[in-house]
Ligand binder design. Sequence first.
Ligand code: AMP
Ligand code: ZN
Length: 113
Amino acid sequence: MADCLFCSIAAGDIPADIVLETDDVVAFNDINPAAPTHVLVIPKRHVASAAELEADDAPLLSALFDAAARVGEAVEGGWRLVTNVGPDAGQSVFHLHFHVLGGRRLGWPPGLL
Ligand code: AMP
Ligand code: ZN
């Protein structure tokens, strides 16, 4: 999709610190990390958010979760998978991405503000 930052990263048009790539999925370090491990896992195909996923996307979702788990394997003590949907939830890039966060103790519940 034109003018989509994460489509451009997936296409290799904008550089990113890629940690894992498959046919359908790319994972790269977040440019503004909120934890020692902060990796974004995205589909190469443009999907605006988790709210746009369809039943047919089950294989893609499986690939995204598999990539997240492979990133999480390297994180000692556990990790968290987060996806924000819409501006009130904090979504700032409107291309589906899962945050893999870890490497420090993470508060729960999140986002009290
Ligand atoms: P969200 O706010 O949930 O939509 O998450 C978007 C994330 O993308 C934020 O954590 C940003 O720090 C991250 N981000 C924005 N631009 C880049 C970039 N060029 N490379 C890597 N991460 C980015
Ligand atoms: Zn996109």
